[in-house]
Design a protein around this ligand. Structure first.
Ligand SMILES: Nc1nc2c(c(=O)[nH]1)N[C@H]1C(S)=C(S)[C@@H](COP(=O)(O)O)O[C@H]1N2
Ligand SMILES: [Mo]
Length: 330
């Protein structure tokens, strides 16, 4: 993601190192071995290199969920665009936990995917603690082809495997007071070197209204291209809300919390005037520093017009009918 700095030459998709934005924040981080290490940020952060070696889970091999895929494609969710090549969609990523470039694929392999325990809590009938493999066994898996539009203006088209977020909400049995669903990502600075940077408020938080979370399009991806999700794309589970800018699609989720309070999201906390809570795609509403009128398709580099709600207005426009006064598109 691109952060505001005093430099006027910044353009969309420029590879900005957020740490280069000077901040005088200090925070104590727990480093490897439980030692408490003070990391002062000024200029570049030289995080200690991670020595921890993970059990091998290479490209789906050895992943206990590998036998679940491929799953049947739901023909309701196809798009009139060619699929992005798998190598591209799995090799050009945003995942600040592992660094600020697009080339975090190798670094992300350090994330241990098992055990992976998910908490479902807050305003629910009874809190649930469930392992990813038990959750996968309970959820109705299917494949859907969705467009994905990053706020930085690149776009991909991906065959996701996973389940409707509505199925998880149904399992959770939220109370009548639950107006929002907050999603929290993992916090493992020993494995995720970006999390040793105190520039950000970790962990990554995202949120949806309950109406959004139970919209038919809201999806939890657990696989892509007929295989388990790779680490760099958010394994073992990530949110996929294709009508919103990509930063809403939080990766590596460990907690779903039902609440009456609107979550303050990761990017909102850092720079809310550019990356807001709603973040619905709209070609007519420019980002503060660039136009959102067109997008670049990764692979072909074709520039094509961006669509309102990323082409999903029919399914989601009604969610916002009563919210005209809000900043729905940033
Ligand atoms: N936890 C977490 N989730 C994240 C991000 C991130 O940095 N951390 N980046 C977001 C952004 S900006 C985009 S565009 C998508 C990219 O998903 P992809 O790499 O699978 O294409 O992930 C989103 N989810
Ligand atoms: Mo993004």
């Amino acid at each position: 993601m691109l952060l505001k700095s005093k430099r006027s030459w910044e353009i969309a998709e420029a590879n900005v190192t957020p740490e280069s934005v000077v901040r005088n924040r200090r925070r104590f981080l727990t480093g490897a071995g439980g030692a408490t290490v003070a990391i002062a940020l000024s200029g570049f952060l030289k995080a200690c290199e991670d020595e921890t070696v993970k059990e091998t889970l290479v490209e789906g091999e050895g992943d206990p969920s590998a036998s679940l895929y491929p799953v049947k494609r739901n023909p309701r969710y196809e798009v009139d665009r060619a699929l992005t090549d798998e190598d591209i969609a799995t090799g050009y990523n945003n995942y600040v936990e592992f660094g600020s470039s697009k080339s975090i694929q190798r670094e992300a392999q350090k994330l241990p995917l098992r055990p992976w325990v998910i908490e479902i809590d807050g305003d629910v009938e009874q809190p649930i603690t469930i392992s990813i493999d038990d959750l996968l066994a309970r959820m109705p898996l299917e494949e859907r082809v969705y467009r994905h539009r990053c706020v930085e203006t690149w776009a991909i088209t991906v065959p996701w495997s996973g389940f409707p977020l509505a199925s998880l909400v149904e399992m959770a049995r939220p109370g009548a007071g639950a107006k929002y669903l907050r999603m929290t990502s993992f916090l493992k600075p020993d494995f995720a070197k970006g999390q040793r940077s105190s520039f950000y408020d970790w962990p990554y938080i995202e949120g949806l209204t309950i109406e959004e979370a139970t919209n038919e399009l809201a999806f939890i991806s657990t696989g892509m291209y007929g295989k388990p999700l790779p680490e760099q794309n958010g394994a073992p589970l990530r949110l996929t809300v294709p009508w919103k800018y990509g930063f809403k699609c939080t990766k590596g989720i460990v907690r779903f919390t039902f609440t009456d309070e609107r979550p303050v999201t990761f990017w909102e906390m850092l720079q809310g005037d550019e990356y807001g809570f709603w973040a619905n795609v709209n070609p007519m509403v420019p980002h503060r520093r660039w136009s959102q009128a067109t997008e670049r398709l990764l692979g072909t580099d074709d520039r094509v017009p961006t669509l309102l709600y990323n082409g999903y207005a029919e399914q989601v426009a009604s969610l916002y009918a009563g919210r005209k006064d809000e900043q729905l598109f940033m």
